[in-house]
Design a protein around this ligand. Sequence first.
Ligand SMILES: C[S@@+](CC[C@H](N)C(=O)[O-])C[C@H]1O[C@@H](n2cnc3c(N)ncnc32)[C@H](O)[C@@H]1O
Length: 351
Amino acid sequence: MQELLLHCRLGFEGEAAAEMQELAGEQGIAGYPVTQDGSALVRFVCPEQGEAEQLMRAIDFQQLIFTRQWAVGSWLELDPEDRVSPIITACAQGHIASLMWLETADTNDGKALAALTKKLKGPLERSLTKTRFVRPNKPELPRLHLCFQSGQKVFVGWSWANNGAPWPMGIPRLKVPREAPSRSTLKLEEAWHHFIPRDDWDSRLKAGMTAVDLGAAPGGWTWQLVNRLMNVTAVDNGPMDRRLMDSGQVEHVQGDGYMYRPKRTVDWMVCDIVDKPARSSALAAKWIGQRYCRELIINFKLPMKQRYQEVMQCLGHIQDALDEAGVRAEIGCKQLYTDREEVTCHIRALR
Ligand SMILES: C[S@@+](CC[C@H](N)C(=O)[O-])C[C@H]1O[C@@H](n2cnc3c(N)ncnc32)[C@H](O)[C@@H]1O
């Protein structure tokens, strides 16, 4: 039986399952999630033949908040004596792929399988190329995901590059720049990778643009904006990194981010203030609704229990507020790899 395998942050299995259950219901597809707390994976089983793949095609991956990566396929038991042959046999019954990704859950148990996947990589690649079940340089073909649960069990599945994360397990390979004042700089960089198509970077993250960073200190997010040659107003009572201030592109305003309003519309607002999601979402709605900014990225912290409901409520409130203000906007939300107990929201006003 085919199913969807969803990768998520460890501890957020319930949220990823609830989200998929709701979307399957909207599509009229019968299915049920199978979760195990702390596994960082969710199985979504669709008993009707072909419906798991139909569900995958009906859902826009960008709209998934708690799923980092996904694949459609099924589980295979493996014999430690010869793990390669049954995988090749399973591939013969699936799609021709453009590439193979070896994956595990993003957990300590998953990491412990690294030696095994490293050992299998060469033999699997050779067999898949020889059988032509993997044909490189054909990006229109799906990606083959081999997700090992143990040395005896693997999920063999496929996903499409235009409807999935561009990285194995949905984990981007980003490095903290040496000059950045804090590690959280990666959150804004990952958010841009997720929410802004690469072809739009030059027009939407352009030199000379204006930006406001609320809750900016010490300046990890401001560093990203400065790195794109923007002029930044950094609002925070805390101290900003000296070298960043020396760039001459940053004005430091010591004050309350909730009270600050720009003199004229800025291109970007970003906000990493730790607060209740209801307060953060009201702030986001105000900045787009009152046209203080054209585009924004803001974090919603989620220390509470009902995290899926909380996020959906926040997004609902933002949409209502923008409808009331008569402002059309694109609203996206994702739990990024660099997000811990939080999600990142992106809003872009449409003309
Ligand atoms: C998580 S840190 C921001 C880290 C920053 N994004 C970075 O990459 O370096 C949160 C910041 O929000 C600031 N903050 C908290 N409440 C604030 C408020 N009402 N107005 C402005 N800043 C606030 C804190 O002083 C703290 O520096």
